[in-house]
Design a protein around this ligand. Structure first.
Ligand SMILES: [Zn+2]
Length: 178
């Protein structure tokens, strides 16, 4: 490209470069948004597989559980358990197992209070973007920890992998575990 030889041509080059820069900034911002969304969804998916292992769910960061069709109950999905994972069916089995592990250590057996269900037994509700039924998830965590008071968050949302998005259905806080 020849260097512009008059003010009009010079101005055109300036405008073109400025527009290109502006377009690149918009693309970067969009890529950043997508990166954040992908990281958020990845974190949810990872936690959906392992949150049952937490000895005090939500105390050390967010936990995520699928919800049953009744929506009030966290469930563990059989398809996402590592092969051979032992499931405690009764309190007695759990008590026996508990004695063998440290109190705050991770559970490597599924506690008896989580129903272990097949994926098709997970509750569903409509995704706000594509309007199709998608799986229900609970997000639970201690969001504030102080001597003046604590805050715990419980959120129910629809997780849609087609839209890469979550639709929050309800969100509540409490000053203690709930
Ligand atoms: Zn959707």
């Amino acid at each position: 490209m020849n260097f512009p030889e008059n003010l009009e041509a010079m101005t055109e080059v300036i405008v073109a470069r400025r527009n290109a820069a502006q377009k690149a900034i918009i693309a970067i911002e969009e890529a950043q948004r997508q990166t954040q969304t992908n990281q958020r969804i990845t974190n949810i998916l990872v936690k959906l597989c392992v949150s049952w292992q937490e000895s005090d769910p939500g105390k050390n960061g967010a936990v995520y559980f699928f919800l049953g069709r009744a929506r009030s109950e966290r469930v563990v999905v059989r398809e996402f358990l590592p092969e051979g994972t032992k499931i405690c069916q009764t309190q007695k089995e759990w008590d026996n197992y508990s004695r063998t592990k440290s109190r705050h250590g991770a559970n490597d057996q599924v506690p008896y209070w989580y129903p272990v269900v097949n994926l098709d037994a997970v509750g569903k509700d409509e995704c706000s973007k594509c309007k199709t039924p998608q799986l229900l998830v609970e997000h639970y965590e201690q969001t504030y920890d102080s001597s003046d008071g604590d805050e715990w968050l419980k959120e129910h949302f629809v997780l849609c992998l087609d839209c890469n998005s979550t639709t929050v259905l309800k969100s509540e806080t409490s000053n203690s575990r709930f």
